[in-house]
Ligand binder design. Structure first.
Ligand SMILES: [Zn+2]
Length: 320
């Protein structure tokens, strides 16, 4: 199966922190699930580079257009009914061939190899759009003649980026920025560890490659909720920046929460915790104000009261 790639674009998007995209609703296949698949493919690439992709409403003008196209669609890369599956062009177009059969698949479920897996080709097209060149490594997403993403039993295997893909895109854009956090297999941020991308949205993300192995975390100043099950379900623990007491769980150990090694998924939370430093400051201010009241204001009020009583007494005796 032949696919078209774009010429490398170098660092032309490297200075952009946030790049917008929107999905065209024209000729859309797999309409209900398409945005989620495209979003996931963007997330996979952006985990490797400092650029972030933001989804806008369908058909909204955006930096990158994601669309199904048919035949000659005026970008000098015409599709036909048999060959070209998808392409990504010069930083702002991701196109899928409308005339070909597409499918969205779940790992482990039977894969119909007469269809094209949308996630696989979204990964490929985004790679091409970013300027990652074709590869001769069969494991690379940029390999021109990919095998169908299935195992020997005919079940779907989700496509991943190869180490060479990550090296290639980082050669163009550099490594990701500090929007990550790290999880550790042992408490006190020790043992086997793995960084994960942090997205400040309401979506749920999986601890892929680290399931059930999280005993402590370096949150990198992010507020993160950890969940015992996939899809952010089941018991959870919340890690808030600055909190080291039991009330919001110490990132170095979850023992008080009985949560060690359970975490399967995570998502961002809003930090509302007052950290220990602020609490200490509040206590000091209250003590200072208290001493001032007891030492200066109360004696002064007492003197005033005494004067008023004396004045009242004199007035009272004067009346007799
Ligand atoms: Zn096109």
């Amino acid at each position: 199966m032949k696919v078209v790639t774009a010429a490398p674009i170098g660092h032309s998007m490297g200075d952009e922190q946030m790049v917008t995209y929107s999905v065209s609703s024209k000729y859309v296949l797999c309409k209900a699930k398409l945005p989620a698949v495209i979003k996931k493919a963007f997330r996979t690439w952006e985990a490797a580079i400092p650029t972030h992709f933001k989804e806008l409403e369908p058909d909204t003008p955006a930096y990158i257009e994601v669309a199904f196209k048919s035949g000659d669609h005026k970008d000098y890369r015409p599709f036909d009914r048999y060959k070209f599956v998808a392409h990504g062009i010069q930083i702002n177009h991701i196109h899928f061939n409308y005339q070909l059969p597409w499918s969205i698949n779940k790992p482990g479920e039977p894969y119909d190899y007469s269809t094209n897996d949308l996630y696989t080709y979204a990964l490929f097209a985004i790679g091409a759009m970013l300027g990652v060149a074709e590869s001769d490594d069969p494991k690379s997403i940029m390999y021109p003649k990919r095998e169908a993403p299935m195992d020997f039993d005919g079940n779907y295997i989700e496509t991943i980026l190869s180490p060479k893909d990550i090296t290639a895109v980082q050669r163009l854009y550099g490594p990701p920025d500090p929007m990550t956090f790290t999880v550790y297999a042992e408490k006190n941020q020790m043992g086997k560890n793995k960084p994960f991308p942090f997205y400040n949205d309401n979506s749920c993300y999986e601890f892929k490659g680290f399931y059930g192995n999280v005993s402590s975390i370096y949150p990198n100043n992010h507020c993160i909720e950890l969940f015992e099950n996939s899809y952010c379900e089941g018991k959870k623990v919340m890690i808030k920046p600055g909190c080291t007491d039991g009330s919001c769980c110490n990132p170095k150990t979850f023992e008080k929460c009985k949560f060690d090694k359970l975490a399967m998924s995570y998502r961002a939370c809003q930090s509302t915790c007052i950290n220990v430093l602020i609490w200490n400051s509040v206590v000091i201010v209250v003590l200072i104000v208290g001493f001032l009241l007891i030492g200066i204001v109360f004696p002064w009020l007492l003197e005033i009261l005494k004067l008023i009583v004396e004045k009242f007494k004199r007035k009272h005796y004067g009346m007799i």
